[in-house]
Write a protein that binds this ligand. Sequence first.
Ligand SMILES: Cc1cc2nc3c(=O)[nH]c(=O)nc-3n(C[C@H](O)[C@H](O)[C@H](O)COP(=O)(O)OP(=O)(O)OC[C@H]3O[C@@H](n4cnc5c(N)ncnc54)[C@H](O)[C@@H]3O)c2cc1C
Length: 393
Amino acid sequence: MTIACDVLVIGAGAAGLMCALTAGRRGRQVRVVERANKPGKKILMSGGGRCNFTNTGTGPANFVSANPHFCKSALARYAPADFIDMVDRHGIAWHEKELGQLFCDDSSKQIVRMLLDECADAGVVVDVGCEIHGVVREDEGFRIDTARGRIAAQSLVVASGGLSIPSLGGSGLGYALARQFGHAVLPTRAGLVPLVLTGSHAERLEGLSGVALEVEAESGGQSFRNAMLVTHRGLSGPAILQVSSYWDAGEPIAINLLPGVDALAFLREQRAARPASELRTVLAERMPRRFAQRLCERWLGDRPLRQFDEPALARAAAALSAWPVAASGTEGYRTAEVTLGGVDTDGLSSTTLMSRSVLGLYFIGEVVDVTGWLGGYNFQWAWASGHAAGNAA
Ligand SMILES: Cc1cc2nc3c(=O)[nH]c(=O)nc-3n(C[C@H](O)[C@H](O)[C@H](O)COP(=O)(O)OP(=O)(O)OC[C@H]3O[C@@H](n4cnc5c(N)ncnc54)[C@H](O)[C@@H]3O)c2cc1C
């Protein structure tokens, strides 16, 4: 038996559910097929269980894509305020943490519940625990073979996400379908991911795991001021996760350990005011003591300030403002929050997210080559791209 519907959405994640409820509200018969045993697993895990569901400052500059203009249209037509309206209608309490990041007061479960309630109201059928075996073009639409039988749909929306965290649903299905239908897929790699240090780079930070400090991390022409955390394997924390999306293997990463401070002027001032003080004592007033001590032992010199002549002071200042990190790699998809790269936007309409070559085929959310910064931007892209496709499919 073949089940017929107007719109079949593959993936009951953030983008898929938003697309489904939007298309359902237009009177379309919508079915969502999800391989996992429950919908919205990443939403449930997000934001430490409180889902950083949007960022009020979202703009195109907060996304990484081969075409930085592509995301503009969808983002402009579904703003953070639109999602906040839905959250408010469902009586979900939220708060702003920092930098426009909005979180649920209670639990990310409320966001999944809200999306499922909206889907149910719009008559959407959500089929979980259902694997896709294959998709073919048939007549004017698509035939989808699943573990539960055959589905015929006029429109097919691929919302199967990226490769990150396979246990939460990460899969390559979306890329395979894109290729099958003649779309280019740009190389993928882990984004918003901790960096791994090896050899002498790791040894120099041995024993410091758990130490956190505010830094400005720079790579690939982009810098982020936020916390950095030393881990057992290397470096993490928001500043590092952010910069990881701009870092290419083998490229340098520079960490300003005194963000917002003119390091040379500061050191000169300190030398004049307290020449007998050790450099580590002075730095420990600006960063964790253990980190300051290790910096002086391994990089800057461990002696009183009066023993730093001008060239030595300038070298110390340079190292403090651009502490070089040579990462051997990232922790990879196992811990990455997102997947960079993906379905090439050149083949998609930026207004509807529909394929330019295959009528009725859509790609939305993380499977597309649009990746947000840390801080609610990825969900905003999922909502916006889902909404755009849901209004057209
Ligand atoms: C731990 C973690 C925390 C995060 N926290 C935040 C945050 O607080 N704020 C934020 O903005 N972003 C956050 N992100 C990123 C965000 O979760 C994703 O960018 C977003 O979920 C992408 O939405 P999507 O719908 O495209 O993909 P997903 O949410 O990944 O949904 C894809 C769905 O497709 C399903 N699927 C995959 N393959 C198949 C198949 N073969 N058949 C059927 N179904 C399939 C998957 O099971 C999944 O349910 C976080 C990510 C992680 C991993």
